[in-house]
Design a protein. Structure first.
Length: 205
């Protein structure tokens, strides 16, 4: 199932928000009803599928569900105007490696100069993370390591998180040596933290 249909995407985005900490429950509903849209078309049957997870039934009550759908439709439209995309778990662009974990999120928020399908499944990719209290010696080695990666026949994508210290050094080194780089944000897709790294974030994939 591809989440190319806008209605399906809105429904999946809504389930992603509701089941953010237990996405496997949202996935159980999707598999049972055949799609995210199917979940919202059969709200009266949701309780039987969730069984013990009644705490989510408030968000999936008829009035709450409509409110949540409307809210997420507005969010997706707003993000679209800002150049962001919601990538559902069943879309081709969703990272294959992420699907291998026990409880993968139902969707990811993406923003970049390149299409997510050209970035999120790029192989090979290497994560470089570490201390925020980075010494000059550590910074030099971070740059040397990334420089060596740039000499590989197949250039890896450098993954980090825009944080102070090692993270931002890795991104800057990747940009300096011509490697693709992407940041995994600890905040919402519409906010880069710390703020002084927004300029670097604007240059990545």
């Amino acid at each position: 199932m591809e989440t190319s249909n806008y209605s399906e995407k809105v429904c999946l985005c809504t389930l992603n928000r509701i089941f953010g900490f237990e996405p496997k429950l949202g996935m159980r509903l999707i598999e049972h009803f055949g799609s995210a849209t199917g979940v919202f078309e059969n709200l009266d049957e949701v309780a039987g599928v969730l069984e013990y997870s009644g705490k989510y039934l408030v968000d999936l009550g008829e009035s709450s569900a409509k409110e949540n759908l409307d809210k997420n439709a507005e969010e997706l439209e707003k993000l679209g105007r800002e150049g962001c995309r919601f990538v559902g778990i069943n879309e081709e662009a969703y990272p294959n490696a992420l699907k291998e974990i026990e409880d993968p999120p139902l969707g990811l928020y993406y923003k970049g100069k390149n299409a997510p399908e050209d970035v999120l499944n790029r192989i090979p990719s290497i994560a470089i993370i570490g201390t925020r209290d980075l010494t000059e010696y550590g910074r030099d080695w971070c740059w040397k390591i990334v420089e060596e990666f740039s000499r590989c026949g197949i250039k890896p994508m450098i993954v980090s998180g825009f944080a102070l210290g090692v993270d931002i050094a890795a991104h800057l080194a990747a940009l300096r040596y011509g490697l693709p780089t992407v940041g995994v944000l600890p905040t919402g897709i519409d906010s880069v933290y710390p703020h002084q790294h927004r300029g670097v974030a604007a240059q990545v994939c």
